[in-house]
Ligand binder design. Structure first.
Ligand code: GDP
Ligand code: MG
Length: 343
């Protein structure tokens, strides 16, 4: 579950009007048979106006209430929502639903009073028609905003469920270096596959426990596997969002060249990732060591800070990599704690 997973169906202006007015036209009216024509008319028209008003207000407020309070959601989701649909616009639109509900209530109140004071069935009907017209125009004015909300709700409800309470390990490295193999080998259950709106490829989320702590490991294809200069603004913001959940980055290097990227380019990406996440520890892992000569491995290891050897597909070095990541998270936490305590 994530902050936008409860969003209900958003109705367009015309859907709202169609549903509510259609139902109003079929309302059962239990007016005493012997009542005078004006008493019958008042009762009939008041019932209709009240029905229209109550139902539209209920639908508008209902749609709005299913959205989370945008000031309370986790920064990861706020950042994503901001890139995807714009937080300010979303706030404005949600507030306008509430505003419209208030206006509709006011119109209904006024017109119901007019109906109750009318002396002639014709005037009662006229007041009801005026109420319908004014209420419809309030709903029609919401058209663009509701259409925006329909698109926004589709996009936001599909966001991946990232558990913002678990410690989070983010896996980075060029394509085919073994990131997914690593995530699979670490996770207790089958990793979840979720859409991430910035790439055509899905992100992969694994979970595991270590010393009674819950950890989550995220593989983000298309996000942290390419030089920053090749990215557009939206992708950069997608990276920023990741920063809000990440506690440590595990960077995977494939020295065997079977991934298709020369080692120098992989090391450049590593530097870039360190610059992008200046406050995060980065654990360096050299994967596919089964495919290379030991002399070459030693040469590569000289270029990398505290490298860990791994053969992800044989589960060799995976535990060491995870322990290094957890140790880095712990150290980071202690440093932060020490810094806070110093003040
Ligand atoms: N020989 C060898 N192959 C590996 C190792 N790790 C991954 N592979 C293979 O490398 C390819 C790419 O791995 P994958 O995990 O999909 O890489 P990703 O694109 O970074 O997620 C796959 O064919 C894996 O089976 C390893 O340690 N040794
Ligand atoms: Mg992969």
């Amino acid at each position: 579950m994530h902050p936008f997973s409860k969003i209900k169906k958003i109705y367009s202006s015309s859907e709202l009007l169609d549903i509510v007015f259609h139902r109003a036209s079929r309302l059962p009216l239990d007016v005493p048979r012997r009542a005078t024509p004006i008493v019958k008319a008042r009762k009939r028209e008041v019932t209709r106006v009240r029905f229209i008003s109550d139902n539209l207000v209920k639908k508008l407020v209902g749609m709005m209430k299913k959205f989370p309070n945008l000031d309370d959601i986790h920064p990861f989701y706020r950042e994503l929502a901001d890139v995807l649909v714009g937080i300010d616009r979303l706030k404005e639109v949600l507030a306008s639903l509430e505003g419209a509900a208030r206006v509709i209530k006011k119109i209904a109140r006024e017109k119901i009073r007019e109906i109750n004071f009318s002396k002639d069935p014709k005037f009662a009907a006229k007041a009801r028609i005026q109420a319908y017209a004014r209420i419809s125009s309030v709903i029609k004015k919401l058209e663009d905003r509701l259409n925006f909300l329909i698109d926004a709700s589709k996009t936001l409800s599909r966001l991946p469920t990232v558990n913002t309470d678990e410690f989070t390990i983010v896996v980075a490295g060029y394509p085919n270096t073994g990131k997914s193999s690593f995530v699979k080998s670490v996770s207790s259950a089958k990793p979840e596959i979720a859409e991430y709106p910035f790439t055509t490829r899905n992100i992969i989320l694994g979970h595991f426990s270590y010393n009674n702590n819950r950890f989550q490991i995220i593989d983000t294809p298309g996000i942290l596997d390419r030089p920053m200069k090749d990215r557009n603004q939206i992708e950069l913001q997608a990276i920023t969002a990741i920063r809000h959940v990440a506690n440590v980055v595990v960077f995977i290097i494939d020295p065997s060249l079977s991934c298709g990227y020369p080692i120098e380019r992989q090391l450049d990406l590593l530097s870039e990732i360190k610059e992008t996440f200046p406050t995060l520890p980065v654990v360096n892992v050299i994967n596919k060591v089964d495919l290379i000569e030991s002399e070459y491995l030693e040469e590569v290891k000289k270029k990398v800070d505290k490298p860990i050897d791994m053969v992800a597909i044989q589960n060799i070095g995976v535990q060491e990599a995870i322990e290094a990541a957890i140790k880095a998270i712990k150290l980071q936490g202690e440093l932060r704690y020490a810094k806070e305590a110093a003040f």
